[in-house]
Design a protein around this ligand. Structure first.
Ligand code: ARG
Length: 463
């Protein structure tokens, strides 16, 4: 135990246990908030001067000192002392060291509780801007790849069993849709968090005539928070942000899973660039899709952050508790991991080719045209349920007779199954033909793929 006095802890004896110093500090990870802490402090000081709690000269001194500290931190010349606990105390005590008495007035009408709540919101606003751009970049990468494959057909799978034929472009564009939802969800999150808690103080506000609207406006917030008790402990936006990250991670993980399967020798649907593969320390032939596997794996860490965040919020008594300090660990982890995965995915998508020949050669397998044949019967007046049964029996007949595809059946066999079937049936029995015949909006044929590409190119340019 040592004796070390903290200026803000006069009521304590000053005894120090190193274990407790390490346990309580957040400086090691909240120092990345420094720019936002400084911006918040400058806005606060200017407001204090405006309402005449401090002088304009003092506010100017505070601003100058804080900007210098910001430069020192940016240049790596600032000594972070973990006994200061967090970035807020580290900056404030450096300011007092630098400018003396004026520095001691900065914390007037403020608590670290409203300060940290403001800092995270400011940081998250910027972080979300970055993530929105990353999502757009990934969408652009998908659209560019899709453009190359509007006429190439691949099997789609449900239950990982061959289902209906689709264009490669339509498959790729499905991820653009997922990312569009992620994008707007993240944007909503940004809109909702963009309110300023500064001036809520420790919990009950302040007896001083703070102009909260002014601080909020100067920091670019769209509004202030309206209940100080709620404002100091509201971390809903942190949970919401991590949830947004979690769904992005889920979407990227599903893509990764597809492409890990597609790169296997059994599928060989795609080739990703060597830069995104690793080899084996023992098996010289290996070309493993490790980046994709890590994108899938890192999803676990993002989900972990969400569960951690929600659990931190659960059953805390009302208002600020130190539990909340842990929020940043999970928010930063989710943001960094998701950001890295978005960038890596965009790089992989931009350097992947589809083995269209190999895919085309395998299209005869799996009776991809079966549904279209049932719909052909519907057009001939057969009720769909009955048509479904007829085609099901024809597929079973193919399997019994070792025929790989429906087109190998004879006209007589078709007629025996249903007398409404004519010779024109054979036109329907080809995956590429089926894709071209898709009529419903949003279907996975070349026409719709082109329309979707057109739509996204315009939309993404504006985004
Ligand atoms: N480092 C703390 C956090 O991240 C700042 C707030 C501390 N407030 C307090 N009353 N001890 O939550």
């Amino acid at each position: 135990m040592a004796n070390q006095e903290k200026s803000w802890e006069k009521r304590l004896s000053g005894s120090v246990d190193e274990l407790a110093v390490d346990f309580v500090e957040s400086l090691s990870y909240d120092q990345r908030l420094y720019k936002y802490d400084i911006a918040g402090s400058i806005a606060h000081a200017e407001m204090l001067a405006e309402v005449k709690i401090i002088t304009k000269a003092e506010a100017a001194e505070i601003k100058k000192g804080l900007l210098e500290i910001g430069d020192e931190i940016a240049a790596g010349k600032f000594t972070f002392d973990k006994t200061q606990e967090d970035i807020h105390m580290a900056i404030e005590s450096a300011l007092i060291g630098k400018i003396g008495d004026a520095g001691k007035k900065l914390h007037t009408g403020r608590s670290r509780n409203d300060q940290v709540a403001t800092d995270i919101r400011l940081w998250m606003r910027d972080e979300i801007e970055i993530m929105l751009t990353r999502m757009t970049q990934l969408q652009i990468a998908f659209v560019r790849l899709a453009e190359k494959y509007t006429d190439d057909i691949m099997p789609s799978y449900t239950h990982l069993q061959r289902a209906q034929p689709v264009t490669v472009a339509s498959y790729l564009l499905s991820f653009v849709e997922m990312l569009a939802r992620d994008w707007s969800r993240m944007k909503d999150c940004r809109d909702r968090l963009n309110v300023c808690p500064l001036g809520s103080g420790a919990v009950g506000g302040s007896t001083l005539p703070l102009d909260r609207e002014m601080t909020a406006k100067n920091l670019g917030f769209k509004d202030i928070t309206y209940n100080s008790i709620d404002a100091v402990s509201d971390r809903d936006f942190c949970a919401e942000f991590i949830f947004c990250c979690s769904l992005i991670a889920a979407h990227l993980s599903r893509l990764a899973e597809d492409w890990i399967i597609y790169t296997s020798a059994e599928f060989s649907f795609i080739r990703t660039d060597d830069a995104y593969c690793t080899s084996s320390s023992m098996m010289p032939q290996k070309r493993n899709p490790d980046m994709l596997e890590l994108i899938r794996g890192k999803t676990g860490s993002v989900y972990g952050a969400l569960v951690a965040m929600l659990t931190i919020l659960k059953a805390q008594p009302s208002t600020y508790n130190r539990d909340l300090q842990e929020d940043k660990i999970h928010v930063f982890n989710a943001a960094d991991t998701t950001d890295a995965c978005l960038q890596m995915t965009a790089a992989i998508v931009s350097h992947t080719t589809f083995n269209t020949k190999r895919i085309a050669n395998g299209l005869d397998e799996g009776f991809l045209d079966a549904t279209a044949l049932a719909e052909y019967l519907v057009r001939k007046g057969v009720p769909f349920r009955q048509a479904h049964g007829i085609v099901g029996s024809l597929v079973a007949l193919c399997e019994k007779e070792n025929k790989k595809k429906l087109a190998e059946l004879s006209t007589e066999q078709f007629k025996a199954a249903c007398d409404k079937i004519d010779d024109d049936v054979f036109q329907m029995l080809d995956p590429a033909g089926v894709c071209k015949s898709y009529q419903s909006k949003g279907a996975a044929g070349p026409k719709d793929a082109e329309a979707q590409i057109h739509y996204w190119k315009n939309k993404l340019r504006e985004q």
